[in-house]
Design a protein around this ligand. Structure first.
Ligand code: PEP
Ligand code: MG
Length: 324
């Protein structure tokens, strides 16, 4: 079976009824990147820049960041690489930039930190742009967006960094820019975001935690953390529908995309890209190559009528066993 999965590396993720769904990967360390290429990833849907920041003892300089990002972009070129701006706070902190809060997941996190420290943000964007010169496979993604003013401020800073880089004589294009939908408020503003950016990407790890008010890292309430919860599934479907109404693509880069049963539902919902940990890519590809899109849509229609996350998961798994 493992050999069978390995053999799929160079095969496309194509359903029996010829529906093509790109499978991308999430990365953080260079080792993830190498592993991802081995698994036949078609792009990077999420490169977590906080990872190289966390393994250092101080903020990497613009030059250091440029090198780190260039390694990522180069390893995948010409395939696209989505670099996310620093997402610290919550459960991720830097020893040299401590954040102490009562409620870190509801506090100073992601874009909130970097918009309060535009100097950190601008250095990061300039480094990304310089790293992409001559490769042009960069996409920039903004974490923890909860409102339009944050999107507008971030876009303003990205444009400013772009003009600074151009004035230094670097020949580079303005890359596609996207926002993460991972806060419930964002679910209801997808159309407003979609008019301003090039793509959207759902962070289902955080979106699930915030919709259900269940800490994603607390074992005491882990039983309540369900990506198959009807409220989560309805939110995901709404985001896809609203983004598509504005003609913008939507991907998903939470752990959910790496679960074959969930991937079947996500494909049926209309996601344009599934981005996952490289380890899960072969299994997801195998599952999707064995289920016609039309059957996946029937399964989705059935489970959208159900009200219990456990029953929903079993129903999808049972349907896959019967049809797959
Ligand atoms: C998410 O929230 O689903 C996500 C992809 O981002 P992170 O896990 O880094 O918070
Ligand atoms: Mg997140």
């Amino acid at each position: 079976f493992v050999e069978g999965l390995e053999a799929l590396k160079d095969e496309p993720c194509l359903t029996p009824d010829h529906y093509r769904l790109p499978l991308w990967v999430n990365t953080g360390l260079m080792t993830d990147t190498v592993r991802s290429l081995d698994k036949g990833a078609e792009g990077v849907g999420l490169y977590r820049t906080e990872v190289p920041f966390m393994i250092r003892e101080r903020f990497p300089s613009e030059k250091e960041q440029e090198e780190i990002y260039r390694d990522q972009l180069k390893a995948f070129a010409p395939k696209p690489v989505t670099i996310r701006t620093l997402d610290i706070g919550g459960d991720k902190s830097l020893s040299y930039f401590p954040i102490k809060e009562e409620n870190p997941f509801l506090g100073w996190r992601g874009i909130r930190v970097t918009l309060d420290h535009p100097e950190i943000f601008l250095v990061q964007i300039r480094a990304m742009l310089k790293a992409s010169a001559g490769l042009d496979n960069l996409r920039i993604m903004l974490p923890m967006i909860s409102g339009v003013p944050e999107v507008e401020e971030a876009l303003y800073l990205i444009h400013r960094a772009y003009h600074e880089v151009l004035s230094e004589g670097v020949d580079v294009q303005l890359p596609p820019i996207g926002v993460m939908v991972e806060v419930p408020a964002a679910v209801y503003q997808v159309k407003d975001f979609a008019r301003r950016v090039d793509f959207l990407s759902i962070g289902s790890n955080d979106l699930t935690q915030y919709i259900l008010a269940v800490d994603r890292n607390n074992p005491r309430v882990a039983e309540l953390y369900h990506s198959f919860h009807p409220a989560v599934l309805q939110a995901l479907q709404k985001v896809v529908n609203d983004a598509h109404k504005e003609g913008k693509p939507v991907s998903i880069c939470g752990e959910m995309a790496g679960d074959p049963a969930a991937a079947v539902l996500l494909m049926a919902m209309g996601f344009d890209i599934l981005s996952m940990n490289a380890t899960h890519l072969p299994r997801v590809k195998w599952a999707l190559r064995n289920i016609p899109l039309e059957h996946a849509k029937e399964i989705l229609d059935d489970v959208m009528e159900m009200d219990n996350p456990r029953v929903i998961r079993s129903a999808v798994e049972l349907a896959l066993r019967h049809r797959g």
